[in-house]
Each structure stands twice: as structure tokens, then as C-alpha cells.
Design a protein. Structure first.
Length: 244
């Protein structure tokens, strides 16, 4: 498994796709620099800036990146009969699938770290005098990453199914764009998988929120973990039985 992970990471090093982890944090940083905290209490500077930066990042770019990274880690195998070459090697299909899935999870995790670094940089540039809310921001970033896991599992299923790089991206774009409207819906927002990264990154004060995360117990176990297990099982089973 470790060797497979190293192989997948080596493929990324030889390409420029990993540079995309900087795109969303950088654009969010520009949003943070462009907004003003004038008129707000000083103790709200950090969290207000965090919310501004998180909206485009978590509602739009983060779900799209799950599709881009998933499609790319399967691109080499779709080109030039790569799947057949792997099938000829003494490599477990299940481990190969999980290795690719973990690489995408790792890329999204790095993206979240860069967002936190961008927020800290904005605060330093604007000379915020209050302490950086490390716990709240770190929990929000981790919750957003956790909420991306079902999307990654679904995008891996689509990416291994279709050889076209554009097809998985088209599916992801179609379901990501309605986020702007669905996020405001109390009926559909809490259950829409593409809306979960944004909802998870926003701090909540309700008593029903999971103590360690910005996620309610219902959302955590039904929407996130439930859809993750469903998509992961479907993708894993399909890849194991797929004819190559």
C-alpha cells in the first residue's frame, strides 16, 4: 500500500496538477484582503474574514477540486492502456483504488491547510490585534475536509468508470453550481452532498452540534458518513469487478 501511494505521488510530482491546491486558497485570500472589517467589533475580525474566505472556497472551488483531482489520478491509466498494464502486475485492485482515493484526500487536506495559512496572512496584513482563533478555524477546516470525503468517493467512482477527463468534470460542475441556491434552503441544503463542505466549515453555536466538529450529529452520521460508505462501497465494488 505504501509503495502504491508513493507511485501515485510520483505521478503528481511529474505533472503540474498539484499546483491547483494553491488556486482556491489564493483566490480566497484575495477575497479576504478585499473585504473590510470596518464597523465590526474587533473580536469578530478573524471569524468574519474566515466566513468571507470560506464562501467561494467551500461552496464552489472545493467541490470542483474533488472532481479535478479524482479525474486526474485516473487519467494516466485511461491513456494508452494503463489499466491493462496494472492488471498484469501483482497489485491488488482494491489497494490500487484506495491508494488513488487517499491521494485525492491528501490533496484536499493540503488545500485546507493553505486556506488557514491564507486567513492568517490576511490577518497579519490587516494587523488584527486579537488572537488568531486557532481552534475554531482548525475545526472548521477539518470539518470541511471531512465533508468532502463523500464527494471524493463519488468522483472516484465516476472517474474510473469514464475514460474521458471531461465527463467527470461535467458531472461535478452540474451538481456544484446549484450550491449557491441550495445553501439557502432549509429543506435541501442540510442533505445536499455538494453543500456539506460549506455548511461544515461554518461555526455553529447550537447545542446539537457535534462537540468536536462544526457538524450536527444527524449530518455527520447520515449525510456525510452514510453517503461516504455508499459511494465508497459502490466505487470499490465496481472497480474490483470491472473488466479491463
Amino acid at each position: 500500500m505504501v509503495r502504491l501511494l508513493r507511485t501515485e505521488l510520483l505521478k503528481l510530482r511529474k505533472s503540474s496538477i498539484w499546483l491547483l491546491i494553491f488556486v482556491s486558497p489564493f483566490l480566497s485570500l484575495l477575497v479576504g484582503l478585499g473585504e473590510t472589517t470596518a464597523g465590526l467589533p474587533e473580536e469578530e475580525y478573524w471569524l468574519t474574514t474566515y466566513q468571507w474566505m470560506s464562501f467561494p472556497h467551500a461552496a464552489l472551488f472545493l467541490p470542483l477540486l474533488t472532481g479535478v483531482f479524482s479525474a486526474f489520478v485516473c487519467r494516466y491509466e485511461h491513456v494508452g492502456g494503463g489499466w491493462k498494464q496494472l492488471a498484469a502486475l501483482p497489485v491488488s485492485r482494491g489497494k490500487l483504488y484506495l491508494a488513488k482515493l487517499l491521494v485525492v484526500c491528501l490533496l484536499i487536506f493540503y488545500t485546507q491547510i493553505l486556506l488557514v495559512a491564507g486567513l492568517f496572512s490576511v490577518g497579519q496584513w490587516k494587523e488584527f490585534q486579537v488572537a488568531f482563533p486557532w481552534e475554531t478555524v482548525a475545526i472548521g477546516a477539518f470539518s470541511g475536509w471531512l465533508a468532502c470525503l463523500p464527494l471524493i468517493a463519488l468522483q472516484m467512482l465516476v472517474s474510473v468508470s469514464w475514460s474521458s477527463f471531461a465527463a467527470p468534470m461535467a458531472v461535478n460542475v452540474i451538481f456544484t453550481l446549484p450550491n449557491i441556491l441550495i445553501l439557502n434552503s432549509e429543506t435541501y441544503g442540510p442533505y445536499y452532498p455538494w453543500a456539506q463542505p460549506f455548511l461544515a466549515m461554518m461555526p455553529h453555536t447550537e447545542t446539537e452540534s457535534f462537540r468536536a466538529l462544526h457538524i450536527s450529529m444527524e449530518t455527520l452520521f447520515i449525510v456525510i458518513l452514510g453517503s461516504l460508505m455508499l459511494f465508497l462501497f459502490a466505487g470499490f465494488t465496481y472497480f474490483i469487478r470491472k473488466e479491463i
